[in-house]
Design a protein around this ligand. Structure first.
Ligand code: 3EB
Length: 337
């Protein structure tokens, strides 16, 4: 179910048994302990404060853990999370990420939610150079093999993803998996990330541009989408132009997913919830205005973070659902405090 912002606090209360996770972007650790349902706190600043994502299952969830992963699941969906430790100067994160992804893929295999649909990666020091690479490049190396094995060695089975840099205090990985496979889509305006040329790093990034999850109705989970066409960053230094370019990418991937799946997904008009990662909060008023012009009252959560390429000023992710479909039985909402 996707719940409008003003109703979401009530929805969380009404559906407490069915909450897979409430995701809160906040630097305040105290927020972890106050809810009657699973909370995933992502240690990042939210300039407008107090909003969350709410992911609901169809049925009451069961809770469990696997190594460092905490999860909640129903028959169909599983959402899991694990903390990433603070950055240790001089030590890369490749091995740490490889371990984490090994754990995640083992976890979903063990519970039978064997298909990863989407992952969110928030880790410290994304641009810092260590061991001759920056930490995003190391992250891509650590992620690749475990995820490729999970995808039965087919790169076009990669799930949708977001990867963002947060502060040095620590990071968070979380993910959505299902008993049923998702359908993954690429964007013809953009080189598939897993085919980026080596100038961006020795291991190309392992993710799909969007993943269609479930049916009746399905939900399109759109990866973090930036001002990249082909494989190149566009509009360096111009946040509003980057927003428009990223917006065209989002519009296109929704339309392509619709054409390929036969679902009534046409473009921006089918967005149900969005999130914008902004490098500098100085831009936030202008970007909010641009977002309102683009998609009106669709709930939009704004988070401050570093993007994987330093020239990128913002990234858009979102959820779309087919036109005229009833509210999806699961999804995300943005919640007022
Ligand atoms: C890009 O398109 C922008 O490495 O998981 C967006 C979404 C980006 C996910 C990832 C990276 C990732 O290349 C960066």
């Amino acid at each position: 179910m996707i719940v409008p912002a003003s109703d979401a606090a009530q929805a969380a209360a009404e559906h407490t048994d069915c909450v897979l996770a409430e995701v809160r972007y906040s630097l305040d650790p105290a927020l972890e302990t106050v809810a009657p349902h699973p909370v995933i706190r992502v240690p990042m600043r939210q300039p407008d404060g107090g909003f969350s994502e709410l992911w609901l299952a169809d049925a009451p969830v069961a809770l469990g853990s696997w190594n460092a992963i905490r999860y909640a699941h129903d028959e169909d969906l599983l959402m899991g999370a694990m903390d990433l430790p603070p950055a240790v100067p001089g030590r890369g994160i490749e091995a740490e990420i490889a371990d984490a992804y090994g754990m995640i893929t083992n976890c979903v295999a063990a519970t039978g939610h064997a298909h990863l649909l989407r992952l969110w990666n928030f880790f410290p020091g994304i641009h810092r150079r260590e061991s001759g690479l920056d930490r995003y490049q190391q992250f891509c190396r650590g992620r690749h093999q475990p995820l490729l094995a999970h995808c039965r060695r087919f790169r076009d089975n990669f799930p949708a993803a977001t990867a963002i840099g947060c502060g040095d205090a620590g990071g968070m990985l979380f993910f959505l998996a299902s008993r049923r496979p998702g359908r993954h889509y690429e964007n013809p305006r953009q080189t598939s990330a897993f085919r980026y040329p080596p100038q961006y790093g020795p291991q190309s990034p392992s993710f799909a541009r969007a993943t269609l999850a479930g049916d009746s109705p399905p939900v399109l989970l759109i990866s973090g989408t930036a001002s990249i066409t082909g494989h190149e960053s566009r509009h360096v230094g111009d946040a509003l132009a980057q927003f428009s370019e990223a917006l065209q990418n989002v519009d296109t991937v929704i339309r392509i997913a619709g054409e390929a799946s036969g679902e009534a997904l046409r473009g921006l008009q089918d967005l149900r919830a969005t999130k914008i990662y902004l490098r500098s909060e100085a831009q936030r008023h202008r970007v909010r205005e641009a977002a309102r012009a683009a998609w009106g009252e669709v709930p939009t959560l704004l988070v401050v973070g570093d993007l994987c390429r330093s020239e990128l000023l913002l990234e858009i992710e979102g959820i779309a659902a087919p036109a005229r479909s009833p509210e999806p039985r699961h999804g995300y909402a943005i919640k007022t405090p």
